[in-house]
Ligand binder design. Structure first.
Ligand code: UD1
Ligand code: MG
Length: 473
């Protein structure tokens, strides 16, 4: 791979059009900040040093850099003086010879492959500067690429400074360049601010170098989506869906079935094995992993969740959880942080589970809350059981053994232990341990007051219905 001496990422812009308290480059796409995507592409290059020019929201941006690219050096640009000014600042104390790649911090679709091709193209073409260009269906707003009569690059003209004829040009400056450092450093000293924005434009370096008789060149990127930048929320949405398509295409090529790719949003760091089937309306985020043969969806969200081979998750929301092999969840259930379902566990409808271990083959089929619990193997938690884990001040743990049968509508008041093979009677409030093999009953004995309706509800339809039956008096 071609060696670079320096990479400069320009990311000091204000991002005013985002209308956000979050710096533009920290907005998220597919689980990573915009800046993290750019630095991910840059990381594919072999560069001695990476410098990032920060300005607006610098403290937050520097913090993000600390986690995504700790080796990168941040350079503070206090006042926005233009891309040329930002480059000058970034070069202070950096390498003085060799090659530098310069790109912007707001183009998250750029790939390491395209950057590497640009670097290789620059090394091959004998130019002192190579501009990554592309042809856009609508070039409005971008710097246009102007060639001289012999077909050689002449200059880059910004939209605001362009005449009619130049605005017709569809080949645009992507804002990514490779320069030989020595001529760049000299040319930067010659920049002026005599343009419509009164800023020092990095793009002017091209005509300066050309005027010095040096060769400048272009490298045309075939996929124009790679250079799309983000200036507002609409572009954020456009770029996000392009990223979604890219991720889904790559998963489908690797053997994942995605029934309706336009409705499926999978973060870049998610791992999905082949023969997984993803139904419409699914989001899989963070550090999630889905093993082979699993079926996810429709309309499920997995966040930082692992799903074992052959498991099924329907219309459910799962966060920081682990779902075992051939387990099944949903429809309409909520796994919260710290849920671990062993293999072949069944979690049915309207069940919420938090910080709980459910042992192999156990079932929580209907309408239950399980919190701060350990449940053994092949136990059944009857419908509408509540693990009462909170005494109003502290949380307590419930232990349920193997082969336990919790009767429907039980309240298990923690801390409490239900021994192996034990039962609880339906409708019980269990606040004492139930020993192995015992039946725990925690409810008042039933009393039937015969004839009560005929006496107290005389003349009602209930009384009339009761009158027809023998033994109702
Ligand atoms: C720039 C190019 C234009 C190109 C376009 C591609 C110039 C003069 N023009 O225009 O030819 O088509 O990118 O997207 O370079 N920045 C700083 N400090 C500054 C100014 C800018 O760090 O003082 C950063 C911004 O945060 C941004 C990048 O440089 O990441 C580009 O600046 P921006 O204002 O977006 O330039 P464009 O007008 O888009
Ligand atoms: Mg821009």
């Amino acid at each position: 791979m071609s060696r670079l001496d320096l990479v400069i990422v320009l990311a000091a812009g204000e991002g005013t059009r985002m209308k956000s308290s979050t710096p533009k480059v920290l907005h998220q796409i597919a689980g990573r900040s915009i800046l993290a995507h750019v630095l991910g592409a840059v990381a594919k290059l072999d560069s001695k040093e990476v410098r990032v020019v920060v300005g607006s929201g610098k403290d937050e941006v520097i913090k993000e850099l600390g986690s995504i690219a700790p080796a990168a050096k941040s350079i503070y640009q206090e006042v926005r003086g233009g891309t040329g000014h930002a480059t000058k600042l970034a070069l202070d104390g950096a390498a003085k010879s060799g090659q530098v790649l310069i790109c912007a911090g707001d183009t998250p679709l750029l790939t390491g492959t395209t950057l590497s091709e640009l670097v290789a193209g620059h090394k091959a073409n004998g130019a002192v500067a190579t501009v990554l260009t592309t042809e856009l269906p609508d070039p409005y707003g971008y710097g246009r690429i102007v060639y001289d009569r012999s077909g050689e690059l002449d200059s880059i003209v910004e939209e605001r400074d362009a005449n009619e004829a130049i605005r017709e040009i569809s080949e645009i400056n992507s804002g990514v360049y490779v320069f030989d450092l020595e001529p760049l450093i000299t040319a930067l000293t010659k920049l002026s601010k005599s343009n419509s924005q009164g800023e020092e434009y990095l793009t002017d370096v091209i005509s300066i170098l050309k005027g010095e008789g040096k060769k400048v060149s272009t490298y045309l990127a075939s996929d124009f989506t790679e250079i799309l930048g983000i200036n507002d929320r609409a572009q954020l949405a456009d770029v996000s869906s392009l990223m979604r398509d890219r991720i889904n295409d790559s998963l489908m090529r690797s053997g994942v079935s995605i029934v309706d790719p336009a409705s499926v949003w999978i973060d870049l760091d998610v791992e999905i094995e082949s023969d997984v089937r993803i139904e419409p309306g699914v989001a899989i985020r963070g550090n999630s992993k889905v093993e082979t043969g699993a079926v996810i969806g429709p309309r499920s969200t997995l966040i930082d969740t692992e799903v074992g081979a052959g498991a099924r998750v329907f219309e459910s929301h799962c966060e920081a959880s682990k779902i075992g092999e051939r387990a099944s969840v949903g429809p309409y259930s909520h796994l919260r942080g710290g849920t671990v379902l062993a293999n072949e566990v069944k979690v049915g409808s309207f069940v919420e589970i938090k910080n709980a271990l459910v042992g192999e083959g156990s079932k929580v089929p209907h309408l239950s809350y399980v919190g701060d619990a350990k449940i053994g193997r092949e136990s059944n938690i009857g419908a509408a059981t509540i693990f009462v884990n909170y005494d109003g001040v502290e949380k307590h743990e419930t232990k349920v053994g193997d082969h336990v049968r919790i009767g429907s509508d039980s309240m298990l008041i923690a801390p409490v232990t239900i021994g192996d093979g034990a039962y609880t009677a339906a409708g019980s409030v269990i606040d004492e341990d139930v020993p192995a093999g015992a039946l725990g009953i925690g409810r008042a004995r039933q009393v039937n007051i015969l004839g009560w309706v005929l006496k107290k509800r005389k003349g009602t339809k209930s009384a009339q219905a009761a009158e027809k039956k023998e033994g109702s008096k």
